[in-house]
Design a protein around this ligand. Sequence first.
Ligand code: PLP
Length: 345
Amino acid sequence: MTSTADAPAPATDPSAVLAAAATAPFGTVFGEVMSVARADASGWSEPALEPLTSFSLHPGTHALHYGSSCFEGLKAHRTVDGGIRAFRADKHAARLQQSCDRLLLPVPPIELTTRLIEMAVEANAAVTPPAPGSLYLRPTMLGTDVTIGAAAHPSHTAILYVLACPVGHYLPPRPLTIVVETEVPRTTPQFGVVKTGANYAMALGRIDRARREHEADQVLFAPGGIVQETGAANVVLVDGDLLVTPELTDSFLHGVTRDSLLQVARSLGWTVEERTVTVDECIEWSARPGAEIGLMGTAAVIAQVGTLVVDDRRLTLSAPDDGRLVELRRTLGEIQTGARPFTFA
Ligand SMILES: *Cc1c(COP(=O)(O)O)cnc(C)c1O
């Protein structure tokens, strides 16, 4: 195994990188080292560290033409005992396997992905901000066969690399405005559980329209009135000790944050319901005093929804600074930094 002793030396002073990350938009400042492994007919290469720099791809690379690419997104946190720990890396590695499997890409072993993550964390430790900041990690998989004739064939070669971005406390500046979309789905059933760029491209048109027409932040996809998820986050409804979220189906991505928060809520003694959620229920929820709706994902953990736009009607929700969603977010934050012991199932 490659050790971090072989790590390329970063060119920039870590304090300058951290200062830049404190004010730059999420995901635009990068740690200067990435971890990489490549797959070909003989299997996976040893993981290695490389300087983060532009790399060359043949213009006929499969991923550039036929969508043979997927990724993960997770965070490493500075812990109370002075370490840095990637949050549930094994769970993300398993989801990457699922994405690769559906895209017929070489499937990286769990231990390879978690090792690449660990190496990226170690190599970029100096640019990992203290909590509530973190090091955002982006394992990225590309099918690298050089062919534009293989539209109906998978790529047999691939590259898997892990990018690291120091990020501050990522929270929307205000509760979000969400347009409810009841006509088109989030993505196709084949791709619901695949974390791939094509899904974002598919949602982009609706999100752009929602932004222009309603000054909205995101779109909640609920074809036929059945709630799936937004463009990049799972949905949760909370009222007192009751937490409701759509049950896992093939129609949307199974978030690690969703899974983590449900386990935390159960441990706090809340009632957790995973079941069909309808737009009608969301409308009714918005009228209940104190009931909250949130969006769950790695970047923000939970973002509060302040306004739902349903058929041009604007429904306002309570999004308190110290409500149940904030309590959940705080509790998960304590777990991530090791301040609160917790073992995930
Ligand atoms: C990544 C992602 C999420 C959130 O998943 P987490 O594991 O919680 O970060 C939700 N929906 C989509 C479409 C995503 O790509």
